[in-house]
Design a protein around this ligand. Structure first.
Ligand code: NDP
Ligand code: 2IT
Length: 448
């Protein structure tokens, strides 16, 4: 809060008192508002139109009951959410998260971030997010299906290809999107492919969507490195998580000549000094749905550290790709001491604010999530384009578009940071670039 102008600080205080207890949401709002002081000074119309106050208030918030029965017939009640945050630039767009930690504050932080991220892509998508406190771990396929069907039985009335287009996030991948799309189609009697993204390739999905977040994050890091005449080739990299984003981050780093030596899950991390064997990881995680520690059964040089701190492993590039606040100030200090030069946030808000500040103060290239991980949602928007034209593009063409989009995002963050007097600060650059796009559209659309 110390970096906010007095006027913006007042707005922030109101956000806290209107949304009590939602600490992740407060954190995400603070990070954006800290970047906006000079913007409001230079463009007073944003203040006249109360854009900041309006942007912090979701357009609509939906909370609903999700009842389902497990394989033994026991009944469970979960809570479902969809926060439709901002539709100035297009239909609400953003993933669904199924994780036991989900509550309104997490969905709101993710939805808020999504507004600016989606604006940065340059594609016509507004911001939203949803999910449930459902814990999918250890659940059978049938249980997952019943849960997804129950979830969609309420959600279907709120979404649509011109209204709100969900996709995956933590705990929601191709399998879950399939069950939800099936239920949507059944209830509505409409094959409305553009209502969800992250679909299977044989029924309306896009090539590269599965890879897009990880690939895009690596492209972003490579663009940052280019500004210092450097590249990923030969770099030792640490990636956290072992889900969708972590796997395809690892794949693209390998393709660009870097070496990933770690992966993790919520129980611990693996360290493989020879470089992660990605085919083994894909088999364990994507096909067999096992834990990352099992990797060490097949790779004798690899070690597993239960409950360990992944950021203790020396690396030049760190790509936190698991969850929010997984990298704190103490971790940042260790990483910098060990020779870190760049961070690309594959996850949403994985670095704590003091950790991020430490990186900036120590000349580490820092790609914030809303810019670095925008490749996933950007490719979702490409999936929507293909659905609208009933077309499907090749892998090469789609990947080329993704790469262009990531370059453009990098350049607009870089340029906005320069324009507003903080060169190399991609946090401020991303916040300002995203904010201005949405703010200008909101003014044009009138007081709605
Ligand atoms: P997955 O469900 O595929 O994988 C999540 C990974 O993160 C798992 O390894 C999981 O471990 C770990 N993880 C989740 N929660 C926690 C936690 N509380 N503490 C420690 N580890 C945790 O999700 P994704 O890979 O899709 O998402 C990862 C991150 O990337 C999230 O922040 C998401 O919001 C973000 N993101 C995802 C996009 C996408 O397209 N999928 C797009 C942009 C951002 P475990 O199995 O033990 O839970
Ligand atoms: O955080 C994110 O950008 C996502 N989970 C992807 C959202 C999407 O609509 O593809």
């Amino acid at each position: 809060m110390e970096n906010m102008t007095p006027k913006i600080k007042d707005i922030y205080k109101q956000v806290i008192s209107r949304n009590p207890g939602e600490v992740e949401f407060h954190q995400a709002v603070a990070e954006v508002l800290e970047s906006l002081g000079q913007v409001i000074e230079k463009y007073p119309e944003y203040a006249d139109h109360k854009i900041i106050e309006r942007i912090c208030e979701p357009e609509r918030q939906i909370i609903f009951r999700v009842p389902w029965a497990d394989d033994k017939g026991n009944i469970h009640i979960n809570r479902g959410f969809r926060v439709e945050f901002n539709s100035a630039l297009g239909p609400y767009k953003g993933g669904l998260r199924f994780h036991e930690s989900v509550y309104l504050g997490i969905i709101k932080f993710l939805g808020f971030e999504q507004i600016f991220k989606n604006a940065l892509t340059g594609l016509p998508i507004g911001g939203g997010k949803g999910g449930s406190d459902f814990n999918p771990k250890g659940r059978s396929d049938d249980e997952i299906m019943r849960f997804c069907q129950s979830f969609m039985t309420e959600l279907y009335r709120h979404i649509g290809e011109y209204t709100d287009v969900p996709a995956g996030d933590i705990g929601v991948g191709g399998r879950e999107v399939g069950y939800m799309f099936g239920q949507y189609k059944r209830i509505t009697n409409r094959y409305e492919a553009g209502v969800l993204t992250g679909k299977g390739l044989s029924w309306g999905g896009s090539l590269v969507r599965t890879e897009a977040t990880g690939y895009g994050a690596v492209y972003f890091v490579n663009e940052m490195l280019k500004t210092r005449n450097d590249s990923l080739a030969g770099k030792t990299c640490s990636v956290s998580g072992s889900g969708n984003v972590a796997i395809y981050t690892t794949e693209k780093i390998n393709q660009l000549g870097g070496k990933v030596v770690t992966l993790s899950d919520s129980n611990g991390y693996i360290y493989d000094e020879d470089g992660i064997d990605l085919e083994l990881v894909k088999n364990l995680k994507e096909i067999e749905r096992r834990r990352i520690k099992d990797y060490c059964q097949y790779r004798k040089n690899a070690v597993y550290k239960q409950g360990g701190n992944i950021w203790e492993i020396p690396c030049e590039v760190a790509m936190p790709s698991a969850t929010q606040n997984e990298l704190n100030l103490a971790d940042a200090e260790i990483l910098v001491k060990n020779g870190l030069i760049a961070v690309g946030e594959g996850a949403n808000m994985p670095t704590t604010p003091d950790g991020a500040r430490f990186f900036l103060n120590n000349n580490v290239l820092f790609g914030p999530g809303k810019a670095a991980n925008a490749g996933g949602v950007a490719t979702s928007a490409l999936e929507m384009q293909q659905n609208a034209s009933r077309d499907s593009w090749t892998f090469e063409y789609t990947e080329e578009r993704l790469q262009d989009i990531m370059k453009n995002i990098h350049n607009s963050c870089y340029e906005q940071a320069e324009e507003f007097g903080c060169p190399g600060n991609y946090i401020t650059g991303a916040n300002i670039a995203g904010f201005r796009k949405v703010a200008d559209a909101m003014i044009s659309l009138g007081l709605i």
